[in-house]
Write a protein that binds this ligand. Structure first.
Ligand SMILES: *Cc1c(COP(=O)(O)O)cnc(C)c1O
Length: 716
């Protein structure tokens, strides 16, 4: 396709401007602050651009123009078909582009031609006066509509099949639109125009679960940089767009990357352009070892596993933490701030942060982990990290580490002191308290549901149950959001280990830490008593009642306790179920699953499998279980579960060898990134007391060292 290649190279240098219409994100409809703005409808021939434009023009009280009929043919004084015949494909595109460069109208709804998007200079020109709305219509529908239409005015038609032309153009549209509208057969122009209005009016604003609203309003990029709200609440979007079953159907069959893009787009992204999001997603998930990114496999009976551990550090955290650094890289370029990271980890977040953020060489990273609360492999992953990192084993539990992180974020004097050591330093969070870290997790359940549809296990629209091992309530909240998007999810089950505060809370409506003892378990990643994302959950299900949330979570901070009223309690129970698994049951489940299926499941997965198995499966509704980490991250627990004799060794490699030697073990199947660990050197072996001053002192020492390194580099 020589001509297509030519067009492609032309388009490489055209990157659409950032969407500037969303920066304000106030309660006003977005259009009212720029009534003059043009709305450009873009899409293949037969997408309905012209008819939708007419309806939309009425709804928005704008003029309407069809580029073919009201611009090109008027100016050329000849038909588009004749012009194409006269000039040929390339000549036509050039002439059409030149004509578009003269476009100076304001306050129009414009239906573009199918080929306008192929001319980058004119698209850039148009982007200055309006936004591009992409009518994303299924190709099969376009092909059948084109059969019925006069199709003598499509560029490329003389030499290529219509399907090829459409596929190529789709790739251009995909990189140009500001707003995607997923269009289905059976939708009328009026339906489509209303969806467009909804999207144009979607509030782009984020607020705190405890009521804080920035006067200048915060958009996606702001909350990604900030992590936590100043009132200690968590950032949440004011609104998001549901996904209808018909829209979901359009996601079916797409790659994980394409699904992720379409799901994340349902949430307000403000000035982050979809084309940037697309390239970030592709780059992030390119690091995964499995083509499906998150494959779904059958376990036993009605149980299916989402295998989330094919990323570079072998837990689901990679899905977010490969994405977040790339996002911050794009949005913080030239913002005059040096972005650092401060993270508390129960094991997997730390390892995933250290891998993901090593791509930002100028960002100092501080990781706090409970020194006796992570597995031998997790510890090795963190201690062998490279780059400007400070990894501290804290003589305390995860909750202490997380509270430290929240404290340090909100201590402005301290942050000024840090910035004196490293100029313009600003710490962000990569825990799931950060919305941008959490958002990619909403995709898991949507993608996995569609995988079950693609594998003919369910039909679209049929319900499934979901069971997820829960610590900070992140993944399970992702599933709750998926349900609120419109996914037909029946039961959502949160599975805890013996730190079963969530299971008790769902049962009693009381969140009580007063007499609770923190326990170190063989599932360290869910050894958590303060489940931060519960706050977002309560906010979501109380229809954004921040007064309730503020009261409950301030009570928790002050009194280590809160109790919800009966109404809220029953609402909670209608949204989620919960259960928990003892240490002994967890080990037994690893063993029984292995015996029954030959599969190795990690202890966290086993916690969920055990809880899931306690539910009646007679209705044969599939139970999707989140397998959150690779089993080889927890070799001690695996060997305890699978061997008759308890393991004597503490050597990671010996443990890997024993695992490999077990029957059914696919010999190549220890995660390749974990195997590399034994070749690396442990450098970050420092431990610190569970005490704010001591931790702050360590961070300052590290920052001093970091600042001399960057000064040294600059002198070079
Ligand atoms: C982080 C983690 C969890 C808990 O996830 P939340 O979303 O915080 O509830 C469960 N299992 C593993 C392996 C994890 O790393």
């Amino acid at each position: 396709m020589p001509e297509m290649d030519h067009l492609k190279s032309k388009n490489q240098y055209w990157l659409p401007n950032l969407r500037s219409w969303a920066t304000d994100g106030t309660k006003r409809p977005l259009l009212s602050d720029s009534e003059e703005r043009n709305i450009f409808l873009m899409g293949p021939p037969g997408a309905g651009k012209t008819t939708v434009a007419k309806v939309l023009g009425k709804l928005l009280e704008k003029h309407v123009m069809d580029i073919d009929d009201d611009w090109l043919e008027i100016h050329w004084k000849t038909s588009v078909a004749d012009k194409l015949a006269e000039l040929g494909d390339e000549g036509f595109l050039e002439a059409e582009g030149e004509e578009m460069l003269k476009f100076q109208k304001k306050n129009y709804v414009v239906s573009l031609t199918g080929s306008n998007a192929l001319h980058s200079r004119s698209m850039e020109h148009l982007s200055k006066s309006g936004i591009f709305i992409y009518l994303d219509v299924p190709t099969s529908l376009i092909l059948s509509r084109c059969k019925l239409m006069k199709i003598d005015r499509i560029v490329g038609q003389s030499t290529k099949s219509l399907a090829d032309i459409l596929a190529y153009r789709q790739s251009i549209y995909e990189n140009s639109y500001d707003i995607r509208i997923i269009v289905n057969d059976g939708q009328t122009q009026i339906d489509i125009a209303h969806v467009i209005c909804r999207e144009l009016n979607k509030l782009q604003k984020y607020v705190s679960t405890r009521g804080f609203q920035n006067e200048n309003s915060l958009e996606f990029i702001d909350v990604a940089k900030r992590g936590l709200s100043p009132d200690r609440g968590l950032f949440v979007p004011i609104s998001f767009s549901p996904l209808s079953l018909a829209e979901l159907e359009r996601l079916s069959g797409l790659s994980y990357q394409e699904k992720a893009l379409r799901v994340i787009e349902r949430f307000p992204l403000g000035t982050l352009h979809p084309s940037q999001l697309r390239s970030i997603i592709y780059s992030a998930y390119g690091t995964f070892l499995h083509d499906d990114v998150l494959p779904v496999t059958h376990l036993r009976k009605n149980q299916y596993l989402i295998e989330t551990y094919f990323g570079p550090t072998a837990s689901f955290k990679d899905l977010s933490l490969q994405l977040l650094p790339r996002l911050l890289n794009v949005v913080t370029e030239n913002d005059g701030v040096r972005h650092g990271l401060l993270v508390a980890t129960s094991g997997d977040t730390g390892t995933a942060v250290l891998d993901g953020f090593s791509r930002l060489p100028n960002s100092p990273i501080v990781v706090l982990y409970p020194k006796d609360g992570v597995s031998i492999v997790q510890k090795a992953q963190m201690q062998t990290a490279t780059g400007p990192v400070c990894v501290l084993g804290v003589d305390g539990d995860f909750d202490f580490c997380q509270t430290m992180v929240k404290d340090i974020f909100n201590d402005s004097t301290l942050n000024e002191e840090f910035a004196k050591i490293v100029p313009y330093l600003h710490f962000s969070s990569a825990n799931s308290i950060n919305w941008a870290r959490f958002l990619p997790q909403v995709v898991f359940t949507v993608s996995s549901y569609l995988k079950l549809v693609e594998q003919n296990i369910i039909k679209l629209g049929e319900p499934i149950d979901v069971c997820i091992p829960t610590g900070n309530f992140g993944n399970i909240l992702g599933a709750v959001y998926a349900r609120h998007l419109g996914l037909p999810l029946r039961r959502l089950i949160a599975a805890s280990n013996v730190n079963n505060v969530i299971a008790d809370f769902v049962k009693t409506g009381v969140y009580d830490l007063r007499t609770r003892q923190f326990m170190h378990t063989i599932t360290p990643s869910i050894d958590i008593l303060i489940s931060s994302n519960l706050e977002r959950f309560i906010y979501l299900i109380t229809d954004s009642d921040y007064t309730i949330v503020k009261q409950l979570f301030e009570d928790l901070e002050r009194n280590h306790f809160f109790k919800v009223g009966p109404e809220l309690h029953s609402k909670i129970q209608s949204e989620i179920s919960a259960g928990w698994t003892s240490e002994a049951e967890c080990l037994k489940t690893i063993a029984s699953v292995y015996k029954e299926t030959g599969k190795f499941i990690d202890p966290h997965t086993a916690v969920a499998v055990h809880v899931a198995s306690s539910y009646d499966d007679s209705e044969n509704v599939p139970m999707l279980i989140s397998s959150t980490a690779h089993y080889a991250k927890f070799p001690t627990a695996m060997l305890t579960a699978l061997q008759e004799q308890p393991t004597q060794t503490t050597d990671m490699n010996v443990m890997f060898d024993i695992l490999r030697s077990l029957p059914h073990h696919p010999s190549s199947n220890i995660h390749p990134e974990l195997e590399k660990l034994s070749l690396k050197t442990c450098v970050h072996t420092k431990n610190v007391a569970a005490n704010k001053e001591a931790i702050v002192e360590e961070i300052k020492q590290f920052l001093k060292q970091f600042s001399t390194q960057i000064v040294g580099k600059q002198q070079l």
